[in-house]
Design a protein around this ligand. Structure first.
Ligand code: ADP
Ligand code: ASP
Ligand code: MG
Length: 417
């Protein structure tokens, strides 16, 4: 019998009524002949509340206890979803991550799934169970402790189950009806994409489009999981939503296919570091050891053997980065006159496979930002993306301007090919 994975995000299970609506969709897929694995998130806002409680209790918390608390939201929705299905006479049972078990690394708060043994659930399906409801976002470490997969991690649970159980498709039900050219909350001109290539989705997700967790796209790409994003509120339709697929399954697309943003960035500058071999290693080694996710890096022109080194990182890692740099300075690993943190920045990026064969995309982007008087602080590029760091107050303006200038509102718009 064919297996289907259906994942419901926080807004899709925010109330008992919405859980009922989601369960009806699951019931319909069971009636269509599928065995269904349902992955649920916590009710909308619950995880934020739990994170807040942890921070209030213990600012420099023990990550193992963070996971114990923060994973709990999903336990509630998993049980409620199973009960709702049972009320509808659909044979269903819930599992928490450790019960499956979803085996992960021991990196608390950002664990990676290593294996999902299938025997347990397979036996239950063979016994007549029709739906296995799994608490998303959580697993168990090699030490036997509860772990979580990072914010948005239920998407990754869903794709990992789809790969492990060889599902025909992994449907991600959320509060938008698909993947758009940019976050539809930023501009009403955002256009829904029928299809998007794995690589583009991977870039958009890692650059801030939180509609899918980055790791979920990575896994789908690696294991060839058919991944679809669709709304849990719209009427059901076989062709609804956005299919994340191979590049060669897409007939036509714009040069730039999407604009992403990340609000929670910080820019840090070390003033007057020595410009000599080994300096980058002496700075970024301690940052890596402290678990700082360094993103963009710029080294300024050297004057009199001294230079300034700038890097960006998530805003909630500024304290950790500062500690690491002060520690390296105190132990004589590096010397600098000052460390300046700018916590009022955001990153805006354009993404598109078309950039591989089109020149001038960067120039076009910079012109559009100039026309809006937006100053660029740092730039990075890769084969299919260009990112800039700008003042956060201009973030929405920049996203809208770039969406316009690359003609994303309509298919075939934008740069001449
Ligand atoms: P869920 O709780 O269902 O996991 P999320 O809030 O994690 O939902 O992700 C859905 C949200 O992602 C949307 O409400 C939307 O604001 C945001 N988003 C950001 N970029 C995009 C994009 N390019 N396309 C669609 N949604 C996007
Ligand atoms: N509830 C978790 C979060 O809010 C996981 C998820 O929803 O994917 O990050
Ligand atoms: Mg999400």
């Amino acid at each position: 019998m064919s297996r289907l994975v259906m994942k419901f995000g926080g807004t899709s299970v925010a109330t008992l009524d919405r859980i009922r609506r989601a369960a009806k969709r699951v019931g319909r897929e069971v009636a269509n002949g599928h065995e269904v694995i349902v992955i649920v998130s916590a009710m909308a806002g619950k995880t934020n509340e739990l994170v807040g409680w942890v921070n209030e209790t213990s600012p420099f918390y023990d990550a193992r206890e963070y996971d114990a608390v923060v994973s709990s939201g999903e336990n509630v929705t998993a049980g409620l979803m199973a009960l709702t299905l049972q009320e509808m006479d659909v044979p269903a049972r819930s599992w928490q991550g450790w019960q499956v078990p979803v085996q992960t690394t021991g990196a608390h708060g950002a664990a990676r799934i290593e294996a999902i043994p299938t025997a347990n659930l397979d036996a239950r399906f063979a016994d007549g169970m029709k739906v296995a409801v799994i608490a998303g976002f959580q697993g168990i470490s090699p030490e036997g402790r509860i772990t979580t997969l990072g914010r948005g991690g239920s998407d990754t649970t869903a794709v990992a189950f789809a790969a492990a159980f060889d599902a025909v498709r992994c449907d991600i039900y959320t509060d938008v009806d698909g993947v758009y050219t940019t976050d539809p909350r930023i501009t009403s001109k955002a256009r829904k994409l029928d299809r998007i290539a794995f690589e583009e989705m991977l870039e958009l997700a890692s650059l801030g489009a939180k509609v899918l967790q980055t790791r979920s796209v990575e896994l789908a790409m690696r294991y060839g999981v058919k991944l679809r994003v669709l709304s849990s509120f719209d009427e059901y339709d076989e062709t609804a939503g956005t299919l994340v697929c191979q590049e060669d399954e897409i007939v036509e697309n714009n040069v730039v296919s999407g604009v992403a943003y990340s609000r929670d960035e910080a820019k840090m500058t070390l003033l007057n570091v020595d410009d000599k071999p080994g300096i980058a290693a002496a700075i970024f080694g301690p940052l890596a050891e402290a678990g700082v996710n360094v993103d963009m890096i710029v080294q300024n022109i050297s004057e009199g053997g001294q230079t300034d080194m700038t890097f960006s990182c998530p805003i909630d890692q500024v304290k950790r980065a500062t500690q690491a740099m002060e520690g390296a300075k105190a132990s004589g690993g590096i010397a600098y006159t000052d460390l300046v943190a700018d916590t009022e920045v955001a990153k805006v990026s354009v993404v598109g496979i078309g950039m591989r064969s089109h020149t001038g995309v960067a120039a076009h982007m910079f012109k559009a930002l100039r026309d809006e008087n937006v100053n660029i602080k740092v730039i990075t590029t890769s084969e299919i993306k260009i990112s800039v760091l700008i003042d956060r107050k201009y973030m929405e303006l920049a996203v809208q301007a770039l969406h316009d200038t690359f003609g994303l509102e309509k298919l075939g718009g934008g740069l001449e090919s």
